[in-house]
Design a protein around this ligand. Sequence first.
Ligand code: TYD
Ligand code: MG
Length: 460
Amino acid sequence: MARTLQNFICQSCGAVSGKWAGKCEACGAWNSISEESSGGIAPVLESKRGRRIRLLPLTGEEPEAPRIQSGIGEFDRVCGGGIVPGSALLVGGDPGIGKSTLLLQIVAALARRGCRTVYISGEESVAQIRMRAKRMELSEAPVELGVETRLGNILATIEGGGEAKAPAVIIIDSIQTVMADAIDAAPGTVTQLRASTQELVRAAKRSGCAVIMVGHVTKDGQIAGPRVIEHMVDTVLYFEGDRGHQFRILRGVKNRFGPTDEIGVFEMTGMGLQQVENPSALFLAGRKEHVSGSAVFAGIEGTRPVLVEIQALVAPSSLGTPRRAVVGWDSGRLAMVLAVLDARCGLTLGASDVYLNVAGGLRISEPAADLAVAAALVSSYTGVPVRASSVVFGEISLSGEIRPVTQTEARLKEAAKLGFTRAMTPAGIIPLPAAISLDEIPLLARLVEDFQEQAESRNG
Ligand code: TYD
Ligand code: MG
């Protein structure tokens, strides 16, 4: 007979241990371990001998997966061209960032296109959802609305039966509110999340209904209870942005049916989210030209070039350990750029506070931004503005050389489209768009010298 085991599970990282502890050994979180019965995840010893699997060659004719398109281009592109029937999507994000708003707009758009869509909420009442729909002028869209938290009832709705057909798309807002009766744990715990997600994914595959789950992110930026459900779903999208800014970015971090790292840009308005079709223009809007400490980085997000302004401020510090504050970039990477400036170019910022900001609330992870960051820092330090007509990109190596980066052509085309005429980057760009001339920067020291010379000729 199977023994029911009591497990101690960290609610932050999902690590399982045999005993309770104040601190999780795996992720270091305090007070995150709670006792849960092992439910469906206890190891099962196979008693019967299995059958041999019929193995197949890699080649074979498989039809291209059909896609359900919402017509909201920014969303469809992040999904890899639309929602795949029978797939499971997870949309994560901070509470209040706009996940429910986005998904309500998507189901309404799908419903208007004649697709049967169901929206199940465990967080809001029917009246609240109707009020929001009315404000966004979506009330007449034939979305079917339900308020439910019991897993069994949701599964029955997905699978249809009787005269009810399975819906094409169902939204579960949010997965943290779903509760499987059979499992003796509170909703939102790792055990509940795992079990509910597993059942929902299975129901999606069986019925062909695409399931979109909303997951709130915990304060450390992981989908609640963590990564524990990311591996079960086909597609993981994060909805991010700064609550202080109106821009919201939908980022694909995993996609079994398309490219990842694709972004969709939205703007939160009084009437819900609006698509932003030309994000570069938006990120550069309000940029002050001829101000020191600012450089325009020509980046690539997914398949799309995006220009953003990188701002830096270098100020004398009154602290023993000067401040390093970074928004929208990796602070480890900033430390590296500062170290290379110091060791290879003789520019020591060790006694200065350094602030770095990517304008507009975008988060950049490309190493290609190194040179733009360095340019903004050196510009702020010397007080010499970067040419307003220039875009900057290139990766800095520890030796102080600038390395060329991928997709230079796409970056330069986007820059030309937005009226830029110069590019600061390492050499070797063929073909160069006619509108752009190149300022070759093979070494970081060259950039520093250029700025210092300009500063001297201004002063002298
Ligand atoms: P919501 O979709 O409820 O967030 P989530 O589901 O991610 O928790 O969005 C909440 C925020 O969005 C709220 O602060 C108000 C704002 N909002 C607008 O600015 N305009 C709108 O039209 C709507 C519906 C919401
Ligand atoms: Mg919500």
